[in-house]
Design a protein around this ligand. Sequence first.
Ligand code: DC
Length: 226
Amino acid sequence: MTSSPVITIDGPGGSGKGTISRILAQKLGWHFLDSGSLYRLTGLAARYHAIALDNEPALETLAAHLDVQFETDEQLQGRIILEGEDVSDLLRGEECGNDASRVAVLPGVRRALLERQRAFLRPPGLVADGRDMGTVVFPGAQLKIFLTASPEERANRRYKQLKDKGLNVNLDNLLKEITERDVRDSTRSFAPMRPAPDAVVVDTTGMGVDAVVERIMELWREASGA
Ligand code: DC
């Protein structure tokens, strides 16, 4: 068992987890786990292999054997290669997000991805972004953050993000999808999205990225006694 530190950043889609976690990992010089990408990859691989999104045994096998490479650059923004194909942009689309949320309700899939996620923990430390990082995957993390923001603000942020990438999106649909996904992610019986009892809840509504990063760095300095 390694003793490298972990900061977990959990919360709903659009809460700013991805952006904040990457910046934190860069500032600290640590590794970064985008656990949502593993669920997205499982959903996408299921499409490639024509596996239904409720076929749990087949999806569990698929998740356990994903042929994926993470090619990380200095901004920790690297490309994701699935079965030899660069799927980085495709993976961020709403369709992949919704498929991910559907396969993520299956205990078999979550089990298959557990060790894969834990393998990201290497010295000097890890920032882990997801829904159950603090509750299930890294329950011993030194600092657990649960990021939230109002559904409207999250829909707006996603809208801007996707527009910037040149993707065609509709704000009302995004808000509807975000709300539906929140319900599915937080009401599933296995590893539902919720703050760990020892997590610090940070509501980012109306807060800029820098302010959120500074708040978490402050919490980390307190937690680590630095
Ligand atoms: O963070 P994201 O939008 O990339 O996640 C996509 C979906 O994957 C999300 O709706 C729920 C699921 N997920 C999960 O269940 N557990 C995680 N640790 C990360 C993501």
